[in-house]
Design a protein around this ligand. Structure first.
Ligand SMILES: [Zn+2]
Ligand SMILES: [Zn+2]
Length: 327
């Protein structure tokens, strides 16, 4: 198992090569495709009700789980390739946690498409467009700080049956009352990000849209040099979040079915059948910088290149920009 990550030509350590679905040796350049990723095999759906009994706990590698005392993230690392720092914030103030065999293993993975160089470029461009950022920021933000890691992500499939009542209308004078109308809707790959670190900040969450059809069966090779955040939202909690969000989605569906423009007093209840899930790892580039004693986080979607970040606004720059406009 561990020998899979050793270069057969020079004995060096192989790491995952973003965009190429392969392992590469940083010393001699040896390359080796990862069969699970180059295959066209789709990730199988798992039965939600049987998850406690049947879900895999086998990460197929020796793992090192650490808790970061600086940012609170828990991450799963390959023991062989563990860098000794928190992949989320870069801190070395970390605490190893005993390998808990009860943690679920991923079913699938969306490999990195965006390379680090590209992430740095996207970040630079983004910083350049923050016209109210302090001027010295672009000099101080460190491009070399980028860390690639996988974020935990659950998706849900289910059949839904909904019953709704309410008042709908095409305008204020053309209204109709609906009573106990039914519709069925199949929900496919409804996503829930299982990382509290991202979900606490709506801005960071805005980049968490992934093309889940590009997911491939899980393989530890994709984690060579790229650790994974351990889910801080459990499968059960994620389903509760999904159910809540699905309600809004199904209310909208009823609204579309009525071909309405206004609605009021809507009451909709839904039941769910045949619930399936996938536990995916999805790629993210993370960078953080300190400014005036405060930490700011930048994230880039490792599949699509979408960026979001926190950044300081400078009053001085604001005044300067205003003067440029008026004089
Ligand atoms: Zn080599
Ligand atoms: Zn950390």
């Amino acid at each position: 198992m561990a020998s899979d990550m050793k270069c057969p030509s020079c004995g060096g350590t192989l790491t995952f090569d973003p965009g190429w679905d392969r392992l590469v040796c940083g010393f001699c350049g040896y390359k080796k495709p990862i069969p699970e990723l180059v295959s066209k095999i789709v990730v199988p759906e798992e039965d939600f009700d049987a998850a406690n009994k049947l879900a895999s706990r086998d990460w197929k590698m020796e793992k090192q789980i650490v808790h970061c005392n600086s940012c609170g993230a828990e991450t799963v690392n390959s023991k062989l390739q563990f860098s000794g720092t928190c992949p989320f914030c870069g801190s070395s103030n970390i605490l190893p946690i005993d390998d808990r065999n009860e943690i679920l293993a991923p079913n699938g993975i969306i490999p990195f498409k965006i390379r680090e160089k590209r992430a740095q470029f996207i970040f630079k461009e983004w910083l350049g467009n923050r016209s109210l950022a302090p001027e010295k920021l672009s000099k101080e933000a460190d491009l070399s700080e980028f860390r690639g890691l996988y974020i935990p992500y659950f998706t849900f499939d289910c059949e839904t049956k909904s019953i709704y009542s309410g008042k709908y209308g095409s305008d204020a004078t053309h209204c109709w009352t609906v009573e106990n109308k039914e519709f069925d809707k199949f929900i496919d790959d409804f996503p829930v990000v299982a990382s509290k670190k991202l979900t606490e900040d709506r801005l960071l969450m805005s980049v968490a849209n992934y093309r889940t059809r590009d997911a491939r069966p899980y393989t530890p090779s994709a984690l060579a040099g790229f650790p994974a955040e351990h889910y801080s939202i459990t499968l059960g909690e994620a389903w509760n979040i999904a159910m809540n969000e699905m309600m809004s989605y199904l209310r909208l569906e009823a609204y579309h079915l009525e071909n309405a423009r206004i609605q009021s007093n809507v009451n909709l209840t839904s039941s769910y059948r045949n619930l399936k899930y996938k536990y995916l790892l999805v790629p993210m580039w993370v960078n953080s910088f300190e400014y005036d004693g405060k930490r700011y986080m930048i994230v880039i979607n490792g599949q699509t290149g979408e960026i979001a970040g926190q950044w300081p606004r400078s009053f001085d720059t604001l005044v300067k920009r205003a003067l440029e406009i008026f004089f």
